[in-house]
Design a protein around this ligand. Structure first.
Ligand code: NAD
Length: 256
């Protein structure tokens, strides 16, 4: 895939400069430079090991105690708990500082936008967060680190302390419904923006990917930044192909 031209980047940068209500849609690709692998990119978890998809599917997770034990063990050393934000997260902090950012709709579960300094009120986490655990039975929610302390202490598949139900991270697994108010907030932001930047996502997971056509049909300019083609490229006014930690600071932090 050819990197995009300087002229495309320059045009998109001009739109960013002139925009007043920017919505950003992010995916796993913006956190790979923080050491968290994506799923479907060239070095993605599923690209390298297609069987890993099973662990992200609700029905398998609920049905299979062995898979849950493995999932808890993997969480103990997961890079997501020690990762630091990178230049891509920082680029969107700059948009907020300038008063141009309406919302960040993120498919990521790593919390790195908030760590980078984005106002948590502006971050819409459509797939939940890994920083909390939740009981599938009674919905009791606890900080993930306190649940991981129980795993470290020897509970290989810790049950809910209130009802004995199955605990999972507070993320949306495949086969699990999204929280209606959260996806509504994401689509509402798409309806209100004048510029959408979709970055680091294959744009193949629905309904999150619908933010792109929604913003387009509301009249917004659409900029898609990614290292490879996405499923939504036909909606883009500018396609920025290249490494995100170079593209996004160039796009968002050029002085107005
Ligand atoms: P995806 O894996 O489907 O797509 C990521 C895209 O980013 C790929 O097209 C890849 O080529 C591109 N990419 C990766 N690193 C890049 C870089 N440095 N520069 C340019 N492009 C780069 O991810 P998705 O669309 O977010 O969907 C996967 C699902 O997995 C989401 O629901 C998300 O919740 C979850 N997930 C989240 C994390 C995280 O929170 N960091 C990590 C893995 C998966």
């Amino acid at each position: 895939m050819q990197p995009s031209s300087d002229a495309t980047l320059e045009a998109a940068t001009q739109w960013v400069r002139g925009a007043r209500r920017i919505v950003v849609l992010t995916g796993a690709g913006i956190s790979t430079d923080s050491g968290i692998p994506d799923f479907r990119g060239p070095n993605g978890v599923w690209t390298k090991n297609p069987a890993a998809e099973k662990a992200s599917t609700l029905q398998h997770y609920l049905r299979d105690p062995e898979l849950r034990r493995l999932a808890w063990q993997n969480r103990l050393s997961a890079p997501v708990f020690s990762a630091r934000p990178n230049a891509s997260h920082g680029a969107f902090v700059e948009l907020e500082r300038r008063g141009q950012l309406l919302a960040i709709v993120t498919q990521n579960i790593d919390g790195l936008h908030q760590v980078a300094g984005t106002d948590p009120e502006r971050v819409i986490e459509v797939h939940g967060t890994v920083h909390w655990s939740r009981c599938w039975g009674c919905d009791d929610r606890r900080p993930m680190q306190s649940t991981l302390d129980r795993v470290r202490a020897g509970e290989t598949d810790p049950p809910c302390e209130l009802c004995g139900g199955v605990l999972k991270s507070d993320t949306i697994l495949f086969g699990q419904s999204l929280v209606p108010e959260v996806i509504d907030a994401a689509l509402d932001a798409a309806d209100r923006c004048d510029l959408l930047i979709a970055a680091g996502s294959s744009l193949s997971v629905f309904p999150a990917a619908n933010v792109v056509p929604r913003a387009k049909s509301a009249g917004a300019k659409v900029v898609i930044a990614n290292g490879e083609p996405t499923k939504m490229d036909r909606f883009a006014d500018a396609l920025l192909i290249g490494p995100l930690s170079i593209t996004l600071p160039a796009l968002c932090t050029t002085p107005v």
